[in-house]
Design a protein around this ligand. Structure first.
Ligand code: SF4
Ligand code: SF4
Length: 474
């Protein structure tokens, strides 16, 4: 057993309000340079929709990630030979129009415009060419279902569903999907890189691009099925989300998580067995990848894991953080969080709690076990997004979320705690209360459990207050 530490995130889609606040500090801090205008390390998409870049989920078009081919795990975009053959033209790369041509406005001419009868207006200017341009697509083009009547049919998550029904006026549903690099355990971007510039940090699993070694081949861009590596047209190097590692090293959470208005994000570490990654990624069927992935996570309170971790030199403060990790609790213990498109077989480490919808359906006396199938968002759609089409894990997570609401209603509104609710979803009432605490009212130090790069005693940046072993960063 080879124990590794992975920095991970869980996003509770039940609470995302689609405000895009998370994208702004990320953009302002990491991608304001020339050549990076079109890059959004963090972006927020509306589902149903085809997202940014267009149709990133459609691997028949983009050929990202891994596939099982004759019992072997292979890059969908092909191996070394295919790469050499495509060195001057890689047909799998998204083009700038799939993202959008970045633009700006000449705001000065608005401010300095002389007095006129009509309000002054300004035209968009391309940030690439500097010429006036017509805007035809953007990173939030299908935000809040805009134009989804035209693009929705291309949303691959409608597989097995009649999209026409769910996009019709009375049946339509929507929710938000914030996205960032998944810092995968089996990253296709790293495996696709011919120059060895892409790597996974040993200490916390963050996936980075060595700017000195990158030769601009862009196979990482086509290899990543989440399309979260971007090519800087000015520096001719690839760039991607760095999981705000300079902040993490100091015990702070990422910018997107810290700024999240809906408080939907959780950040922490997970211990996993690196010896079994290939086995998990090579699960026989797509539906078996999620359980195999979950099985890689190691219980940080298990004496055998603790002893092996000590042997392998994992610091005690990292183990303490793993024991308090909200990620382990949400993904493994409670099985509320699920991976995004596990069928890409990269073993992504940004997981999602599926959204309930609408709330009213659960406020009545309907049995929770059947109510989730009557929710507005079809379980099948969520399953296509989160569990390679397997509806049972999604149903379990939704039932548990619904049970928390129903139980809290019995406590707060009816003033008669109903213990039968927990039993109906295989839990006890104390667990439902803990779920309520973490999902609804958790404080910063419960949502973000980030061990510093060095032990706190050696780290002059932080003082230990209240929460032993963790920095007080409030
Ligand atoms: S999501 Fe991130 S780590 Fe995973 S393949 Fe894409 S760029 Fe690499
Ligand atoms: S800041 Fe939070 S609530 Fe707002 S869009 Fe981003 S993830 Fe959603």
């Amino acid at each position: 057993m080879k124990i590794k530490v992975q920095m991970s995130m869980v996003l509770n889609l039940d609470k995302c309000i689609g405000c895009h606040t998370c994208s702004i500090p990320c953009k302002n801090v990491w991608t304001t340079r020339k050549g990076a205008e079109y890059m959004w390390f963090n972006n927020v998409e509306t589902k149903p929709g085809i997202g940014y870049p267009r149709e990133w989920e459609n691997q028949s078009k983009h050929k990202g990630g891994w596939v099982m081919d004759g019992g072997e795990l292979r890059l969908k975009g092909g191996g070394r030979l295919q790469k050499v053959a495509r060195v001057f033209h890689n047909p799998d790369l998204p083009v700038i129009d799939d993202y959008y041509e970045p633009w700006d406005y000449d705001y000065a001419s608005l401010i300095t415009a002389p007095h006129k009868n009509h309000q002054p207006s300004i035209r968009p200017k391309s940030q690439v060419t500097g010429e006036p341009m017509q805007i035809k697509w953007g990173p939030n083009w299908d935000d809040d279902l805009a134009g989804v009547c035209e693009t929705g049919a291309r949303d691959v998550n409608f597989s097995g569903l009649d999209h026409a029904i769910y996009l019709s006026f009375k049946q339509v549903f929507m929710f938000y999907l914030p996205r960032l690099c998944e810092h995968c355990l089996n990253p296709a971007c790293v495996a696709s890189c011919p120059s060895g510039a892409m790597y996974k940090r040993d200490e916390d699993g963050i996936v980075l691009v060595d700017q000195e070694r990158c030769r601009g081949w862009r196979y990482c861009v086509s290899g990543c099925p989440y399309k979260k590596v971007y090519f800087n047209w000015k520096t001719h190097r690839s760039e991607k989300c760095i999981f705000c590692y300079p902040r993490l090293e100091a015990g702070l959470t990422t910018l997107c998580a810290h700024s999240c208005v809906g408080r939907i994000r959780y950040v922490g570490v997970v211990l996993y067995d690196a010896d079994r990654i290939h086995e998990a990624a090579s699960a026989k069927t797509d539906k078996e990848v999620y359980p195999a992935h979950l099985d890689l996570f190691l219980d940080p309170s298990d004496p055998e894991t603790i002893a092996a971790a000590a042997n392998q030199g994992i610091p005690e403060h990292v183990m303490a953080a793993a024991r308090r990790s909200p990620i382990y609790t949400l993904a493994k213990t409670w099985q509320l969080a699920l991976p995004l498109h596990p069928e890409f077989r990269t073993l992504p480490m940004v997981w999602y709690i599926p959204p309930l919808s609408p709330v009213e359906a659960l406020a009545g006396n309907e049995d929770i076990r059947t109510a989730v199938d009557n929710l507005r968002i079809p379980v099948k759609y969520l399953a296509n997004l989160l569990t390679a089409g397997d509806e049972e894990p999604v149903r379990l997570a939704l039932k548990r979320l619904a049970a928390v609401r129903a139980y809290m209603r019995s406590v707060r509104v009816e003033k008669k705690p109903d213990d039968t609710i927990a039993a109906s979803v295989g839990l006890d009432s104390a667990t439902l209360l803990k779920m309520y605490d973490l999902l609804a009212i958790a404080k910063l130090e419960d949502r973000f459990v980030v061990p510093t790069a060095t032990h706190l005693e050696n780290n002059p940046l932080h003082t230990i207050k209240g929460c032993a072993g963790f920095p007080d960063y409030r």
